[in-house]
Design a protein around this ligand. Sequence first.
Ligand code: ACO
Length: 443
Amino acid sequence: MAEVKQIPPVSEPGSNGAAAPRKSVSQDENAPHSAPSAPAYQARFAHIVGWGYHVPAKVITNHDLEQIVDTNDEWIRTRTGIAERHVAADPKETSVTLAVAAARKALEVADVPASKIDLIVCSTTTPEYSFPATACLIQNALGAHNAGAFDLSAACSGFVYGLAMARGQILAGDAEYVLVIGTETLSRIVDWTDRETCILFGDGAGAVLVAASDVPGGIMAVELGSDGSGGDTLIVPAGGSAMPTSLESVSSGMHYIKMDGKAVFRFATRVMASATRKVLDRAGFTTDEVDLVVPHQANIRIIQNSVLNQLKIPADKVFVNLERYGNTSTASIPIALCEAIEAGKLKPGYKVVFVGFGAGLTWAACAIDWRTPVEKQSTDWWRATRRQATYGAAAARSMWKRTVRWVYDVLPTDPEAPARDDGKDKETRDAPLKETARSRDAT
Ligand code: ACO
């Protein structure tokens, strides 16, 4: 567990969780109202203080893919750099379960309880449902009962977009802790008969906790971009308002990823380099000063053609793990960040760049002056037990709320009116109560 106390929150939150702007010592209490001095705010910075990732256990190698599509290990390795990917083979593994596992690890590293989170930003292209937001389901599972939650759709650039949202909330004084998650179960929207796409993608989730601090550093600059004219180069055509799901849309495979690989490749090599240049400029860093680049892990040739060749950043400063995970879209940068930390590639004082591109088309980069200690702390059994207990309590609270909602649903609000019976399957309606009774009996 990392010691994060060196990066304390800037100030005690007010009743709404927001830090109040601090008055400058030079402000005169008796100054006339007609001549107000500009309010002075204490500088705030947004630091990543916790990180975690989770991938499904099932691994599909290139050789496994040779059995289902007309491809071969050599082609996939030389064209993409990918050797294997993790896939959510168990139907119970979803974007939420992967995200919750990653988020719990991030909270453990930061040693911050879920109750302190002010906002959860979940980036995903494979949400649990069209709505409700995947972020809300994660909020419920974590027991983050003080958090707002929303999903963000910017495909593979989404995690960095999420960091930009977190930084904005923190610098504005509206949040002390923001949980940013990238989670994907792309295997569920990949056409496993299409060799041009199914070899590329993998499943997984990564999460970071971003905290307010008065320690200078952290996320120093962000660069976000989009070009919707290229929207059709990487798209899931069906399932939205343009093409609602129908028998025809499913039978023609329109609910799967469609990609113009070459167009995406050209776009990616261009924007990865330009976004990195812009964000470094904005942060006041030179490319020579960069200690670590964590790029979106789509294709080794894209990374070579952009970060290495165009920016001339040496390979030992660029973290790559796509060989073992494939392209996990928005989860790829946080997963790579965690592995870079595990590999000892990141130290306090390092200047770090995250850069990604994706469907939309979108691109995003951020420059970080990393200050958080990264040494792995030994697990304190008492804290671990307490943390587990809070997750148990979160599940119980959720069950209780469902039950109360169910009771309100079946009881007549107007005493004159008969109890509601809209023909809903009684078995389904009774399920939450039965489950509550079962859990109660079990304890
Ligand atoms: N195995 C064997 N041969 C294949 C395969 C395969 N899996 N896929 C395509 N081929 C064949 C093609 O049919 C073609 O054959 P042909 O010359 O007889 O017509 C040949 O290989 C070359 O195909 P290209 O499409 O030219 O291959 P390319 O070098 O462009 O590589 C790739 C394809 C890997 C998809 C590349 O274009 C790429 O990486 N593009 C970017 C994709 C990407 O990053 N997408 C994710 C974006 S992130 C997000 O938002 C989800």
